[in-house]
Design a protein. Structure first.
Length: 669
């Protein structure tokens, strides 16, 4: 909002400069003063109105191929680190200085009105004459003329009153008020001050020319000189005395400009046209739909993707579309750059059907990163960044159907050599992937750097495509867990052959695949299990975390026993500390079953381990004493983050802690 106001003022200043420059170069020395008055007033009006007028240029583009996608995305509430908003600071400085000038303007107006109200007025032909006893120079304000008859010779006074009558009849006071108001609002622009001065001078030229028309020019000039010895004029008024006496006398004696010179004022039009094309044209892209399209990031009921090119009208359409499905989607604090790029937005989503809700903020002066909003068929809400993978059906020369993978959001799928994993087995190339039938694919996960290399080392440097099919290897070790379990895959060794893959929505099925066909070493709470140990014996509720070690990391810690990889499982009965590379990422879990005393204990443990201050507020519980509403706030040094959850059947498990870079994490896992 502040940026928009300041940019409006900048454009207004540019327009005022265009009119002032044209007046000074082409019109100032001409004697068609009434035309100059209209020109200068027009400049004020154009500078006030035109910056707010926008023209939209619509560009039609072809619709992208129809997406048939499958993408799992978790609801993540992003912690926004507070920082100085220089735009806001600039706005506050502007408002303070503008308030000072407006206050001064108000006091000046009050002083003029006080003079008029405190004296007796005599009305004559619609004009009120006030003959004051104060030591005051003659002036006019709208239809009031104030003068001191004792200070002037009767002959001079007659000329002076004729001059002020011209100001009154032509409403010159309105010009003065508009010029002063523009000066108050554009005080930072020196040309606004010069512009006001030019308006005042031109009004005096008009009054001088018309008042002197019926009298000897020499007598009028003498009257001008006589009243130039004092400066007792109130602000915001038209008055007979102005300090530029020499200019006024020169203009009185100058020959009238020919009508042929009127064309000079029209030269401002191409400059205004250029200004509008430069600053006030927005480009809007519209998609030509070749056929009905169902855009979806996953097999969800409704979804939308917000990018830096998304227009205000498209945001409004998304709100209407979601509302028709019983979902309240709202975009606040929407900000666009002068080029029409979306640079900031606050998004809030609430599913009235499930009471799930989430919020997300994005700020980027170069344009926001893509944001996907999804309400899945099972009611799960996803809000954040996601990758879209499309499977396009083509026909081979043999007439058999083939499929190829296309990606419109992720550059790694356009690389010739991403790492491809199908049902837990790394592939030599993409041939197996391209021959897959979409009907056999359950889902596709795309990993980009740095996450790809963090999980798979050098082999993931070009990205990783993970595909799960209906014919996955049934012999691979599997374990079921709840969604609040953290899975850590070793990032140090690129040659490991054991991987963890997450699937599912509420309960997750984790495939722990060793691609050499050998069973990995299983460690539970530090205890080595036998090779025939069945992971499926464990209850999902028992597991707090899973850590996968491979290659050198596994053998350095466990010797030859770890040559096929190691799976470390921590249960909830053990204290859990997730290690990631050389830096500890400490995570704590908050579930819906925690009592108030347990919440207080959790706060103390978090502060003791991380130094982060955590507070819980807005806590509500259902009949089962489960937490249904909670707001969590975290603060460490200069970083702050907060998030709110509301779910009538109990909030999902929440992770609170620090990531590997020391950043605050408060999110659903």
């Amino acid at each position: 909002m502040i940026e928009d106001i300041l940019f409006y003022l900048f454009k207004s200043s540019v327009l005022l400069l265009i009119f002032y420059g044209t007046y000074q170069l082409l019109l100032k020395k001409e004697t068609f003063f009434n035309l100059n008055r209209k020109f200068l007033l027009g400049g004020l009006i154009v500078a006030a109105i035109f910056p707010a007028i926008y023209f939209t240029k619509t560009v039609f583009i072809e619709a992208p191929p129809l997406p048939i996608t499958s993408q799992e995305t978790n609801l993540t509430l992003v912690a926004v680190q507070e920082s100085f908003d220089w735009w806001e600071i600039a706005g506050m400085v502007y408002l303070c200085i503008t308030s000072f000038f407006l206050l001064r303007f108000g006091l000046q107006l009050f002083s003029v009105l006080r003079i008029i109200i405190s004296e007796n007025a005599k009305k004559e032909k619609g004009i009120y004459f006030i003959d004051t006893s104060k030591n005051q120079l003659p002036f006019s304000f709208f239809n009031y003329i104030v003068y001191n008859s004792d200070k002037h010779h009767p002959g001079d006074l007659k000329l002076i009153l004729e001059h002020e009558k011209v100001h009154t009849r032509q409403f010159h006071s309105m010009d003065i008020l508009m010029a002063n108001l523009a000066q108050c609002l554009l005080w930072f622009n020196p040309f606004a001050w010069f512009y006001k001065r030019s308006i005042e001078q031109n009004l005096e030229f008009i009054a001088d020319r018309e008042a002197a028309a019926g009298y000897p020019l020499k007598d009028y000039q003498h009257a001008l000189v006589k009243v130039s010895v004092a400066d007792l004029k109130p602000a915001l008024t038209n008055h007979f005395y102005q300090s530029f006496i020499k200019k006024r006398i020169l203009m009185l004696n100058k020959r009238h400009s020919g009508n042929v010179k009127f064309w000079k004022s029209s030269l401002v039009l191409p400059l205004i046209f250029t200004f509008m094309l430069t600053f006030n044209v927005k480009t809007e892209a519209r998609i030509l739909q070749q056929q009905p399209s169902e855009t979806s990031v996953a097999s969800g009921a409704i979804s939308a993707r917000i990018t830096k090119k998304t227009t205000k009208s498209e945001l409004q359409e998304f709100e209407k579309d979601f509302a028709s499905h019983g979902v309240k989607l709202k975009f606040d604090h929407v900000k666009y750059s002068s080029a029409g790029t979306l640079t900031g937005v606050d998004i809030s989503v609430k599913d009235n059907n499930t009471v799930n809700k989430g919020s997300l903020s994005r700020r980027n002066p170069d344009g926001i990163k893509p944001i996907d909003i999804l309400i899945a068929e099972n009611g799960e809400l996803s809000l954040g960044s996601a990758k879209t993978v499309e499977i396009e059906e083509t026909k081979a020369t043999s007439g058999k159907k083939k499929y190829r993978i296309i990606d419109h959001a992720s550059p790694i799928l356009q690389d010739d050599k991403p790492m491809v994993i199908i049902d837990g087995i790394p592939q030599k190339d993409r041939s197996e992937l391209e021959s897959l039938s979409p009907s056999k694919i359950i889902n596709i996960t795309v990993l980009e750097n740095p996450k790809a290399t963090a999980l798979y080392g050098a082999r993931g440097r070009n990205g990783v495509i993970i595909v799960r099919t209906k014919s996955e290897d049934k012999k691979a070790p599997k374990i079921k867990i709840r969604r609040n379990v953290t899975i850590s895959d070793s990032a140090e060794n690129p040659n490991g052959d054991i991987y963890a893959y997450e699937y599912g929505k509420n309960d997750q099925e984790i495939i722990l695949g060793n691609h050499k066909g050998e069973k990995p070493l299983i460690i539970i709470d530090g205890e080595v299990k036998e090779k025939d140990f069945d992971l499926n014996q464990m209850e999902p509720e028992e597991i707090a975390a899973i850590n996968v070690l491979k290659g050198n990391q596994a053998t350095e810690k466990y010797g030859e026993k770890g040559e096929n990889g190691v799976i470390e499982i921590n249960t909830k009965s053990s204290n859990y500390k997730l290690k990631s590379g050389k830096t500890d990422a400490i995570a704590f879990r908050l579930t819906k079953t925690l009592s108030d005393n347990e919440l207080e204990g959790l706060k103390a443990r978090i502060q003791q381990s991380t130094g982060m201050e955590v507070s819980f507020s807005g806590i509500k519980r259902n009949s089962k004493n489960e937490i249904t509403n909670i707001r969590i706030s975290g603060k460490k040094d200069s970083s702050k983050a907060s998030a709110t959850w509301e779910k009538k059947d109990g909030i999902p498990p929440i992770v609170i802690g620090l990531d590997r870079n020391g950043g605050i994490q408060i999110k659903t896992e």
